[in-house]
Design a protein around this ligand. Structure first.
Ligand SMILES: C[S@@+](CC[C@H](N)C(=O)[O-])C[C@H]1O[C@@H](n2cnc3c(N)ncnc32)[C@H](O)[C@@H]1O
Length: 199
C-alpha cells in the first residue's frame, strides 16, 4: 500500500486501539527510558505510550493522516513526529536505545534492507523489537494482510537476526475478538562489534 492508501484508511476511522500491543508493552515496560524510534508508527499508539514512560521518541510514518491522529492525542507534544518513507529515512548511526517496528509490511527484500539499516542506528546493546503478522497467519490465524509476500517469518528475519544478540525469534500467538492471530517476533540487542549497513 502507498501513503495515499494509508491516508484514506486512516481518514475513514481510527484503525487501532490507542493502547499499545500487549506483547510490545510486556517487552518494553521494564526498559530504562532512552532514545527510541517507532518506525511506521501509524497513529502513534506505541510512540505515545513510550513517551509517557519518559522515552525520547521519534515517530516515523509516510501517512500524514495517521500521524495527524497521533499528534492530536494527549502527550503528543513529547513525541517528534516525522512524515517520511522508511525506505529512505535514517536516524544517525549508533544513536538509539530502541527501534520498534510494529506491523510494517513491505516486500521481503525491502523489509530486510530497512531492518538491517535500523540495527545500525542502535548503539551497541540497543534493542530492536520487530512484531508483524506471520506468514502462517493466512492459513492458520485471523485478520491481517493476506499476501504472503509481505508477511514475516523466523527464517525471513534471519538476515536481521544475524546482526543481533537474539533474545527471541519466534512465532507468537495474539488473542483477538475474532480468534487467535499468529505474529512473528524478533527481540534482540545490537551486537557490540556487528558491522551493519549505514544507508
Ligand atoms: C499496520 S500499520 C501499523 C502502525 C503502528 N506501528 C501500530 O502498530 O499501531 C502500518 C503502518 O506502516 C506505514 N507504512 C507502510 N509503508 C511505509 C513506508 N514505506 N514508509 C513509512 N511508513 C509506512 C503505514 O502508513 C501504516 O501507518
Amino acid at each position: 500500500m502507498q501513503a495515499a492508501d494509508w491516508d484514506a484508511r486512516y481518514a475513514e476511522r481510527q484503525q487501532w486501539s490507542a493502547e499499545p500491543n500487549t506483547l510490545v508493552a510486556e517487552l518494553l515496560t521494564d526498559l530504562p527510558p532512552g532514545r527510541a524510534v517507532d518506525l511506521a508508527a501509524g497513529e502513534g499508539r506505541h510512540a505515545l505510550w513510550l513517551a509517557g514512560r519518559g522515552w525520547q521518541v521519534t515517530a516515523v510514518d509516510f501517512s500524514v493522516t495517521g500521524l495527524a491522529r497521533g499528534r492530536s492525542r494527549p502527550g503528543a507534544e513529547a513525541v517528534t513526529w516525522v512524515t517520511a518513507d522508511v525506505l529512505t529515512w535514517a536516524a544517525p548511526p549508533d544513536s538509539l536505545d530502541l527501534v520498534l517496528v510494529a506491523y510494517l509490511h513491505l516486500p521481503e527484500a525491502d523489509t530486510t534492507a530497512v531492518l538491517r539499516r535500523a540495527v545500525g542506528w542502535l548503539r551497541p546493546g540497543g534493542r530492536l523489537l520487530v512484531l508483524g503478522h506471520d506468514v502462517d497467519n493466512v492459513a492458520h490465524g485471523v485478520g491481517g494482510p493476506q499476501d504472503p509476500a509481505i508477511l514475516y517469518g523466523t527464517v525471513r528475519l534471519a538476515p536481521v537476526a544475524e546482526l543481533l544478540d537474539v533474545d527471541r525469534l519466534e512465532q507468537v500467538r495474539r488473542a483477538t475478538p475474532a480468534g487467535t492471530a499468529l505474529d512473528t517476533l524478533l527481540w534482540g540487542r545490537r551486537r557490540s562489534r556487528s558491522v551493519v549497513p549505514r544507508r
